[in-house]
Design a protein around this ligand. Structure first.
Ligand code: M6R
Length: 615
């Protein structure tokens, strides 16, 4: 996936576009480029590397004046990251310039067809094919840019958010979307285009989110015309007021977004249950669940579809839903589910979990489930995202923008929403007594302050990080509710420090991974007091007798593990099903500090992107 930004209005476009690209770098950062138009000349600069590399190069390469500009930050799909494959791309005549986020699946046949007609290509990208297809249609049909874009897109298979302009039309940008997000900010006689609203939040709070298969012709100083790409029908623009503010998308004094987001968790969890968890009235209010209670109560089972960290949150949900609400739950990787002809009926409830709401595999899994008449419920963070719109109902996590590529507050707020859902359904089904229910609500309310307390381990976690930062492998073990936390801890370490790590259910260790243990292997064991504590202590004994280095995550005041482990990190006590909200905190901090000590790019780890909008 990639990030796209554009501006047309009365200001200089360059500062807006470059800053916008910096904010969208979480979407991809292997190359970047900008095209500016001053009414006479198009000035284009692009490079392999980050937006900061582009800035250095562009400012010495071209003049930055012009009140129309488009920019792109790339996560390569077709063609390796290099200068030539970077966007924007010119058409053969040099009249049209395009930026694109997505994949044109039939690009190869279109390319061959265009080559037959005399077109040549500089890059390996599908995007250069698209801009030449538009040019070809424009020439052959003798039509304006907007119409040419529409006709061309009707020949395209795949996903896209595009912005394209024509040298002969200095007051117009044409944009379109299918499967990749595109927001249009509406200012006073000026318009902003971006993959999300963060690039234009300081200029306007009014935005239109294009729907799939819509395109818009944006004219300087005039209004916007939105049309359906397929049938040309005019669409009434729906202008939303944005809730985002500038502070939320800046680092606020932290060295990295990841650390800021780790520290935001007490507030984020509070925001997640604000107005939903009413402990005085012993109630949980979740409109999406309430309105569809019959569907949930009639469900034979719940199927969770998600990827990465969101999949781990789904695994925690499996334990919580089955324990509290006694509903069978299956947790599926969206990427597997979508391609394996799964058995789905109208009696299934599918819960799709996604921070970004744009993950391509999760979206495809939702579409599959809907085609089989299952009821699909979304748990998303990004308001108005594709998944939020594609699902039948849902609940937002309200975590605020998560910019660090490694998910942190998204995970804990997803678990919070899923716990609220499980508790509400348990109450409705009568699988939990009113006193237990009330007890869970009261305990859940204490979680933000307990997360705050867990964060106090930070300095000690840094000491541990320093001791083990040069290890080449880590094992993470947990049981029950904390098995998915072990998986999540291992994923966090892998993705930002590039150290190999594996998460395992603690008891599975003796079925294979135990062979890996020697005096060089650090093993993080989640051993909180509730649940299978004694069993985990036995697992720790087994590690100890093989000289593994033990880092225990324990309940405050624990003695047994302290006697056995090399290090223990304490978290406050809580009821068993809520422990993942606390045990995950030191694991996030451990991976963060190791990555910082190894001088890795914590917020933008290599090869990754914040949301994976391609399969
Ligand atoms: O936006 P989503 O929650 O759908 O994203 C799913 C995964 O791509 C994401 O959780 C990924 O695994 C993170 N980098 C993990 O930190």
């Amino acid at each position: 996936m990639c990030g796209i930004v554009g501006y047309i209005g009365h200001r200089e476009a360059y500062p807006i576009v470059i800053k916008g690209l910096q904010r969208l770098e979480y979407r991809g950062y292997d190359s970047a480029g900008i095209a500016l138009y001053d009414g006479n000349n198009i000035k284009l600069s692009k490079t392999k590397g980050k937006v900061s590399d582009l800035k250095d190069r562009l400012e010495s390469e071209i003049s930055t004046d012009g009140t129309l500009g488009i920019g792109h930050t790339r996560w390569a799909t077709h063609g390796v990251p290099n200068d030539v494959n970077s966007h924007p791309h010119y058409s053969n005549s040099g009249d049209l310039v395009i930026i694109h986020n997505g994949i044109i699946e039939n690009y190869d046949s279109l390319r061959k067809e265009l080559i037959k007609r005399g077109y040549t290509f500089k890059s390996d990208t599908d995007t250069e094919v698209l801009v030449n297809l538009i040019e070809d249609v424009k020439k052959n049909e003798k039509t304006k840019l907007g119409k040419a874009v529409q006709i061309a897109l009707n020949q395209v298979v795949g996903a896209y958010a595009i912005a394209v302009f024509d040298k002969n039309k200095p007051n117009e940008i044409v944009v379109a979307r299918l499967g990749s997000p595109l927001a249009i900010g509406i200012g006073d006689d000026e318009f902003f285009i971006a993959s999300d609203a963060s690039p234009f939040i300081e200029y306007t709070k009014n935005a239109i989110y294009l729907e799939d298969e819509e395109m818009a012709i944006i004219r300087r100083g005039k209004d916007i015309k939105i049309r359906k790409i397929k049938n040309d029908a005019l669409v009434d623009p729906y202008i939303q007021e944005l809730q985002l503010n500038l502070e939320q998308i800046e680092k606020g004094g932290y060295d990295h977004f990841m650390l800021k987001e780790i520290y935001e968790q007490p507030d984020a969890i509070l925001d997640t249950f604000r107005g939903r968890l009413l402990s005085n009235e012993a109630m949980i209010k979740l409109a999406g669940v309430e309105d569809n209670m019959k569907k949930f109560l009639a469900a034979d089972r719940i199927i969770v579809v998600a990827c990465g960290t969101s999949w781990h949150a789904g695994l925690v949900a499996e334990y919580i839903f089955e324990d509290l609400a006694r509903i069978p739950v299956e947790v599926e990787y969206a990427s597997e589910f979508r391609y394996r002809n799964p058995v789905i009926t109208e009696k299934d409830v599918v819960i799709a979990i996604s921070q970004s709401g744009e993950t391509a595999d999760t979206l495809a899994a939702i579409k599959l489930a809907k085609s089989k008449d299952a009821f699909v419920f979304g748990v998303c963070n990004v308001v108005g995202s594709s998944i939020a719109r594609e699902t039948d109902a849902g609940a937002y996590t309200h975590a605020g923008p998560e910019i660090g590529v490694a998910s942190t507050k998204a995970f804990t707020t997803q678990i919070t929403v899923l716990t609220l859902m499980a508790l509400r359904l348990a109450r409705a089904k009568g699988t939990i007594s009113s006193s237990e229910f009330r007890h869970h609500l009261i305990e859940l309310e204490t979680i933000p302050s307990k997360v705050e307390e867990a964060l106090k381990s930070d300095t000690y976690v840094q000491t541990i990080a320093d001791i083990y930062k040069d290890a080449t492998n880590f094992l993470y073990l947990g049981r029950g509710f904390n098995f998915p936390v072990a998986l999540e801890g291992a994923l966090k370490l892998k993705e930002i420090s590039y150290i190999h790590a594996e998460g395992y259910p603690a008891a599975e260790m003796k079925h294979g991974p135990i062979a890996l243990i020697d005096e060089n292997m650090p093993i993080v064991v989640i051993a909180t007091k509730k649940g299978h504590y004694e069993k985990v202590v036995s697992n720790i004994q087994e590690i100890k007798s093989r000289k593994g280095k033990i880092i225990g995550i324990v309940t405050k005041g624990d003695k047994s593990v302290k006697d056995l482990a090399d290090h223990v990190i304490e978290v406050p006590e809580t009821i068993e099903c809520l422990t993942p909200l606390l045990t995950t905190i030191p694991l996030q901090l451990l991976s963060y500090h190791i990555a910082v000590m190894l001088e890795k790019n914590v917020d933008q780890p290599r090869n990754l992107a914040k949301s994976v909008t391609v399969e």
